[in-house]
Design a protein around this ligand. Structure first.
Ligand SMILES: [Zn+2]
Length: 142
């Protein structure tokens, strides 16, 4: 896990721009405090190689997932794996918090596509939260 500003960074996937090439689905780490975004340390080498290759090839867009084998798997996202025993309402709240943080990162990166995805995700999450709240109310607990 990586740390920045004394807080653990959040793992995510996003689009980065290398000179003239947009590279999609790059595993990233995002600091919720200062909104710093960096390439995940486990794929830094692959990212650099792919970025150079794509640039040399003159590609306008490239998908990281298609070129780099997902051999790191869960290790990349171990800090965002949620515990099954967790309260679902609490889980949704956490997801909303993370999405809001990521939305700020997307804005900072001027990545409108990612921004729109996150907005969509946030509206789904808030609907889920409303449902869970109603359920909790009718069950008479929490
Ligand atoms: Zn930071």
């Amino acid at each position: 896990m990586s740390f920045c500003c004394g807080a653990s960074m959040i793992g995510t996937k996003g689009t980065l721009k290398h000179i003239h090439t947009h590279i999609h689905n790059v595993p990233l780490l995002f600091c919720p405090v200062c909104h710093r975004v960096e390439v995940h340390h486990l794929v830094e080498m692959e990212y650099e190689i792919l970025a150079e290759y794509a640039h040399g090839d003159g590609a306008a867009e490239i998908d990281f997932d298609e070129y780099v084998e997902d051999r790191h798997g869960a290790a990349l996202y171990e800090n965002c794996v949620s515990n099954e025993d967790e309260d679902p309402l609490e889980l949704v709240r956490n997801q909303i918090d993370i999405s809001l943080d990521l939305l700020m990162a997307a804005k900072a990166l001027n990545d409108t596509e990612w921004e729109n995805e996150l907005k969509k995700r946030l509206s789904v999450l808030s609907q889920r939260r409303a449902k869970l709240r109603n359920k909790a109310k009718s069950a008479g607990s929490k």
